[in-house]
Design a protein around this ligand. Structure first.
Ligand SMILES: [Zn+2]
Length: 1011
């Protein structure tokens, strides 16, 4: 199954807190207010007076508002497919200049003057289809706006070498700046918020409405200005740490205003400055929504000592305008920032006995279109620094500041700069510029970015409510229900299932099923009670044994069946379970929360499928729902309305017409099968068959009739696909059952009935290369599960990486064949951004641990395999290992220990330390290097830092100019001298090896800086 949360495939994840292309120019607004005490006092005193006047002014404007009047629209913007909130989506009135953006949890508040009531509300965000609705219909206070994700074409530049490169597009966009952005000055209204926290406790909270004078984009010498219209703050007491006002963000609104990178693309440190292109690697992809958008991904180039940021630029394809940037500071950028103002920081550390170090910086900037030009719309910045102060017992505490700068109105053009009141040059913190205020109507009719709660901004997207309430996981603890579902207790291990005979009738009208399962099992230990599983929402009518009903009890999704006598070990027994119910439907907001999909095809015919990987087969039929026990064979009999077909696993034995317009399809699986692989697919399918190989393996292809000709090429790709997979993994594991590939509602690796999801019928005639790559990549992923998941299956979901890491790894074979030059390498390079790094790959055992962000099983899991292969540096041996696992564990269930043990045995080396590091920890190994240039030579010191003791992976680095070779770092520093090499020449192969590389500065002791 493709994880619904796997970013690379569906692009559901967008990193949104990133940093500036021109880091050093801005100095990040990171400012030590050494003279803070005095200046703060002065400003506070001034503001006592201003607040009084401010209050009078407020009263007057409230009265004025009551007369003019406005509507307040509020709601939430979410991803239609996943239900995840979409932060910083633009909310505006069509054709008007007012607007705001959604906050970090997708919520927004927009005040619209009454006279705009007949206008329309528009919600848009890069990567999604825009949404428009008349304001009249949007008056509802709790709008939920669901945006559809844009289609993403994969890494197009790599494929379409003859078309524009990422750099071509960047150059074009830079050249188009004078056309796209205002060449006259404009006045804007903006809302600014700043939330500072120390050690997770709120420290200060400021908000302000500003009037902004924005000088023409083509006149970078003219300064932008801002005036404070109104502002309020709240200061918190951090008595716990006795923290002096030593660190402070300087004027954060000013920093946000200066983050507008369009103004100075030629600045010497800007990523957009041509001379800095060499420091980065640019990659191009395309987002297809109502507007086509180019996405330029920026990664550290070679050399990366001067690549200060990673992230993305988004460029509107029609106008070539920059519409969004998402940047994050890199290690090189952090080092540079931490070196800046080193003296001041040193003084600070002496005076205040406190040391701090910038540890992260992220930024998102968006632009919107008003008329024919684009304007700055929103600047989100997140700063993070690490603070140490031994005298205050502060060790590595985190100081965090989140700032938002949202343009809420673009007022007038061609205005003169402000003659007075400009605070854009004032470097004092916003906190010193504004007063305390608690009036709930403080903002009058000014638009703001909605606060997440009364006075705080959450740092992370909260765990979805479904995850929190319904699902036991590492975060929330596990329940007895999880143990009943996941643990192999004697009530389950005392018997071994040999055969399931499942018969169900599908009632499409009522979205319900009814049926019976006969379970044949072998008694392993004497038993008079056993556990089977069926979701609690499904009714059991009767459980019978030898024709007589048995007593049973139910607890959560477990069913305990009592026999009248003790069953003898070695005997074979049969149990019948009759049941019915309305099976659950998938909840896409929870990973692997499967169920029945009830849908219609393009021609209006019913189309039904069940997917239950993770949730388990017991959501729709009673069985021993534990991965350790697969039946040796199985019959699946499905009754559907006449005119529709059912496709299940294995071979179709017969089709029988039944009275009252029903048809029965009887399928037979002659191999062991995972419970979650058992499936039904009901629809009006077209069928084609061919045979493959010397043993004439039957290949059955099913798809919607309207797709049969248009997507014939997908099925024509099956033979080469099987040939490649067989070459790497050995013969197709289920020849007796034949091989079936079908179009379906959702992709899933159903054994011998593999489905790859819905074909894009509506775009059949205008498929991009990216579309076709994506379809085939998905097909390869699912088909490779026939080896990884179906032939060799995990015994507990904790080890499900064995399915997903290898299936994701297999996608690389396809890209290698489709994109001959470095296709696989390009694919490997696309994986790291998908890694979440929040939970270890190996899950918790005995609790069916699955409903959490499992993306790393795919991305990080496959990166681990690539890293291992490149470390092994012996593709022949690696190929033997892959085939060997398939043979040794053929039709068996395994654990991680089995797989790692086998690899150790085949290589004659104990690699447990390698797999432990990648599978059991969220951090990846870090190679620390120190580069010292000595006349002609480069002295390199290096060591590993890892969680596993004695980590010792060999890795490739530059040894002579343009040539790399292995070194074998350990956790102890080693030194080598590379003749005729400069620091800029030295590279660690971070593509083939999934590791982190940290350069330790030569001017500081390698053991780490002293405070
Ligand atoms: Zn999969």
């Amino acid at each position: 199954m493709i994880s619904p949360f796997q970013g690379g495939v569906y692009g559901l994840f967008e990193e949104y807190y990133l940093s500036n292309p021109d880091l050093s120019r801005l100095n990040l607004g990171f400012w030590l207010v050494l003279m803070q005490t005095t200046s703060q006092m002065t400003y506070s005193a001034n503001f006592c007076l201003t607040s009084i006047f401010g209050f009078l002014f407020t009263l007057l404007t409230v009265i004025a508002n009551a007369q003019s009047g406005y509507l307040t629209l509020s709601g939430k913007v979410i991803n239609q497919e996943t239900g995840e909130p979409i932060p910083f989506a633009g909310i505006s009135v069509v054709g008007r200049s007012i607007g705001t953006v959604s906050n970090v949890v997708g919520a927004f508040l927009l005040k619209v003057p009454n006279e705009f009531e007949r206008d329309s509300l528009k919600v848009s965000s890069v990567g999604y289809q825009s949404f428009t609705q008349p304001i009249i219909l949007a008056k509802n206070q709790n709008l939920v706006i669901r945006l559809k994700t844009a289609a993403i074409t994969l890494d197009e530049v790599r494929v379409q070498t003859r078309r524009k490169t990422a750099v071509d597009i960047l150059r074009e966009a830079i050249a188009a700046i004078p056309r796209n952005y205002d060449t006259t000055s404009v006045q804007m209204t903006a809302f600014y918020r700043e939330d500072a926290r120390f050690d997770n406790e709120p420290m200060t909270f400021n908000e302000a409405v500003l009037s902004v004078y924005k000088a023409a984009y083509n006149q970078s010498d003219l300064k932008d200005q801002m005036k404070l219209l109104k502002g309020r703050k709240k200061n918190y007491k951090l008595t716990k740490y006795n923290l002096p006002p030593i660190i402070n963000l300087s004027n954060g609104a000013r920093n946000s205003l200066m983050a507008d990178f369009i103004k100075q693309p030629i600045h010497k440190n800007s990523i957009l400055n041509e001379r800095n292109f060499k420091n980065y690697d640019f990659r191009l992809s395309t987002l297809m929504a109502d507007r086509t958008t180019y996405v330029i991904e920026i990664r550290p180039g070679k050399p990366k000592r001067k690549s200060y940021a990673t992230g993305k630029f988004y460029i509107d394809a029609e106008t070539m305008a920059f519409v969004r940037s998402e940047l994050q500071i890199s290690q090189a950028g952090l080092d540079k920032e931490n070196r800046n103002d080193w003296l001041m920081k040193k003084i600070a550390s002496i005076v205040y006995k406190q040391n701090f170090k910038l540890s992260d910086f992220k930024e998102v900037i968006t632009y919107t279109k008003h008329g024919s030009t684009w304007h700055l719309n929103n600047v989100e910045r997140r700063y993070e620094a690490r603070i140490n102060s031994p005298s205050r017992k502060i060790v590595d505490k985190i100081w965090k500041v989140a700032t938002s700068f949202t343009v809420t109105d673009v007022v007038a053009k061609g205005l003169q700069p402000f003659a007075e009141g400009d605070i854009a040059d004032n470097r004092n913190s916003m906190n010193t510029l504004i007063g305390e205020q608690n009036d709930p109507n403080f903002w009058e009719n000014y638009n703001i970015q909605k606060a997440v709660s009364a006075d705080s901004v959450l740092e992370q997207t909260p765990v979805s409510s479904a995850l929190k309430n319904r699902v036991g996981n590492r975060l929330n603890g596990f329940t007895r229900a999880d143990t009943l579902r996941g643990k192999l207790t004697p009530l389950r291990s005392n018997y071994d299932v040999t055969f399931y005979d499942l018969a169900v009738k599908v009632d499409l009208e009522n979205k319900a099923i009814s049926g019976k399962n006969r379970m044949r099992f072998k008694v392993l230990n004497p038993l008079d009670k056993l556990q089977i599983d069926l979701y609690a929402n499904m009714a059991i009518h009767r459980i019978s044994y030898a024709g007589k009903p048995l007593a049973y009890t139910r607890e959560f999704d477990a069913v305990f069946v009592q026999f009248p006598e003790k069953l003898k070990p070695g005997s074979e027994q049969e149990l019948d379970i009759e049941y019915s119910g309305t099976p659950q439907v998938p909840d896409w907001s929870v990973p692997m929360m499967g169920g029945f999909l009830w849908d219609k095809d393009q021609e209006g015919h019913p189309w039904v499928q069940v997917v239950c990987q993770g949730s388990g087969a017991s959501l729709w039929w009673p069985n021993k729902d534990h991965l350790s026990d697969e039946p040796d064979s199985m019959r699946i009999s499905v009754t559907v309305p006449d005119g529709l077909m059912n496709i299940s696993n294995g071979r179709l034995l017969r089709k029988t017409a039944l009275p009252d317009h029903w048809t029965n399809y009887e399928w037979y699986v002659s191999y062991p099968i995972n419970n979650y692989n058992v499936t039904l697919n009901i629809g009006k399918y077209a069928h084609r068959r061919e045979t493959y190989g010397p043993d004439s393996l039957t290949l059955d292809y099913y798809c919607m009739p309207y797709n049969q000709e248009k997507f014939r090429w997908v099925f024509d790709g099956v033979k080469p696909m099987l040939a490649t997979l067989e070459k790497h993994y050995g013969p197709y594991p289920f020849p007796r059952d034949g091989f079936t590939l079908m179009e379906s509602l959702y992709p899933m690796e159903h054994q011998s009935a593999v489905s790859f999801g819905k074909l894009p019928a509506e775009r059949a005639d205008s498929l991009t290369l990216g579309d076709s790559l994506r379809i085939m990549q998905l097909a390869w992923h699912e088909v490779s599960h026939e080896w990884w998941g179906n032939n060799v299956s995990c015994r507990d979901l904790a080890d499900m990486w064995i399915h997903e890491a290898f299936a994701t790894y297999s996608e690389g074979f396809y890209l290698e064949s489709a994109v001959p030059e470095d296709g696989e390498l390009g694919y490997i390079a696309s994986l790291p951004p998908q890694v979440i790094g929040k939970e270890p790959i190996i899950g918790v055992r005995d609790v069916n641990h699955i409903h959490y962000d499992i993306g790393d099983l795919y991305s990080k899991g496959s990166l681990m395999l690539y890293t291992f292969r490149h470390m092994l540096n012996n593709d022949k041996l690696w190929a033997e290992i892959l085939k060997g696992i398939q043979q040794r564990f053929r039709l068996q269930t395994v654990t991680t220990t089995d797989i790692v043990g086998y690899i150790n045995e085949k290589t004659g080396t104990d690699y447990t330390w390698f797999f432990d590091q990648y599978l059991k920890y969220t951090t990846i190994p870090t190679l620390e290097v120190q580069l010292i240039e000595k006349t002609q030579d480069l002295v390199v010191k290096y060591r590993w830092r890892a969680d596993v003791p004695n980590f010792r992976m060999p890795i490739r680095v530059t040894k002579t100019e343009n040539h790399s070779d292995f070194i074998t770092p350990t956790t102890i520093w080693q030194t080598m001298t590379l003749p005729n090499l400069t620091a800029d020449d030295f590279e660690v192969d971070e593509t083939r090896f999934y590791v982190k590389v940290v350069e330790v500065e030569p001017d500081h002791p390698v053991s780490g800086r002293r405070p």
